[in-house]
Each structure stands twice: as C-alpha cells, then as structure tokens.
Design a protein around this ligand. Sequence first.
Ligand code: NAP
Length: 249
Amino acid sequence: MPNDPACILILGGTREARELAERLVDDARFHVITSLAGRTGDPEPVAGEVRVGGFGGVTGLKEFVGSARIALVVDATHPFAAQISGNAALASAETGVPCFQLVRPCWVQTADDRWSHVADIEAAAKEISSGARALVTVGRQEVAPFFARQDIHVVARMIEPLDTNLPDHAEIILARPPFSQQQERRLLEDRRITVLVSKNSGGGATYGKIKAARELGVPVIMIGRPVMRSSTTASSVDGMMTLIGRTLD
Ligand code: NAP
C-alpha cells in the first residue's frame, strides 16, 4: 500500500509561500497546509489547504504540529515577521519536527544608492529630517512613529486601510504590490517625496521604489532585518523544493 502523503505546514503571507504551495500541491507525496496570519481581509488565493489566524504562541503551534501530524514546517513568512519565525524555530526544537526557512536575499546597496541604514522602525522615524516629505512603506501596523513626527509630511502606502485616524500632516495610498520602477518614479515626483523609508524586504515586487529613488537621487532610510534563528534556509522556491525533496523522500 502506498504511504500516506507527508504533511507540510507552510507559514505563509508572502509571494514565495504561495509559489511553494502551488509547486507542492501537484506532488502526490505531499499534503500542503498554508497558514496565514489573517492580517489581510482579501488575501491572494493559495493552492492547497489554508488555515487562518494565530496559533496561540509556541504552545499552540506545537499542538497544531502534533494534531495535524506535520512532518515538516516551512517558514516562508516575510523577513520582518520575527515573532512567528522565532516561534516556529522554538516549536521545531521542542518537537523535533524540522523547520526550514525560505527567505529571499536582502537588497544590496549600489554605488548610486543614497541609503542610510537603521536597525528598526523607531530609528527610521528619528532619522527623517525636519520638513521632509517622506514616503513610508513599512505596512499599516508600524506607521505610528512616523505619524508622531509633526514636523514632516508623511505619505504612507499600505495594502489595507488604517483602523486609526489619519493625522493632518499625513496621507494614505492604498495599493498592493507589485509596483514598477516607472510607477514608483511617478509617485515620488507627483508627491514631491524627499526621502523614502523602506524595510530591506528583498525580492522584485517592491524593488521598483528603490530603483526609482536611485534614478531620482532620493535618499532611502533602509531598515535592516531582524536576526532570525533558523539553521536550515533556502533563498529561493527552487532551493526549498530541493531541500524538501531530500528531507521527505
Ligand atoms: P509576527 O509579528 O512575526 O507575528 C505576530 C503573530 O502573528 C505571531 O506570533 C502569530 O500569532 C501570528 N502569525 C504571524 N504569521 C502567521 C502565520 N503565517 N500563520 C499564523 N499565525 C501567524 O508577524 P507579522 O509581522 O505581524 O506578519 C504577519 C503575516 O504577514 C506573516 O505571515 C508575514 O509573512 C506577513 N507579512 C509581514 C510583513 C512585515 O513587514 N512584517 C510584510 C508582508 C507580509 P500566534 O503567536 O498566536 O501564533
């Protein structure tokens, strides 16, 4: 009798997670469950089984891994989703179920880029010069420190609307990546942006703003990634497919 398919839990919320799920569901050796945090009301479709919402910390994640008979966890969350990645690494250490991380490479500064490097959101908000017109692309959950700066104008781009009031010195753009370099150039010019604030997310879908800033000589405040704990990583969906094939064959 053939073996039951091995159950793979993908911690998702990224383009790479969706691509990985799409590749794995076609393979009869695997059953794929993607977990979404539930931050987006209208998430893009994901192949295979999907569950939504937090697990309830490390304990809840360990329980889920046990009850769903997960053979392997792939942490394909955003490079800045440090909490869930830390939880996944701990749950793996405590259950013995392997957790591999799929993490896209960082963007690397070129000679033509004007970046200042900061460690976190608070440092980024402090780094902006008084009187600046800042395009802030850090997500709606982390815009508060920028809104607190009364001496700058904030153009905050996000996917979902804010659930708090917008201060007078700020405006919101609702849009979902990908964005081309041309679109981003137009945005920087139309809103007379003097500084761009970005996480070093990596990947192509939001790199257009970095290229447009380079083209226009607009300085970028680049927020570095949090330190992650996973020992086994792949930087591409292809690389992760190889790792999974080797591990679960
Ligand atoms: P986070 O701070 O690392 O996680 C906070 C809590 O949200 C976790 O402790 C967990 O709750 C829950 N959670 C996060 N991701 C989950 C998932 N895939 N499945 C189930 N529960 C999850 O994460 P975040 O920065 O809020 O990001 C949430 C999601 O949005 C992630 O899936 C991430 O890939 C995506 N995202 C994040 C960013 C970003 O800049 N942070 C950008 C784009 C997309 P419990 O402790 O209750 O399990």
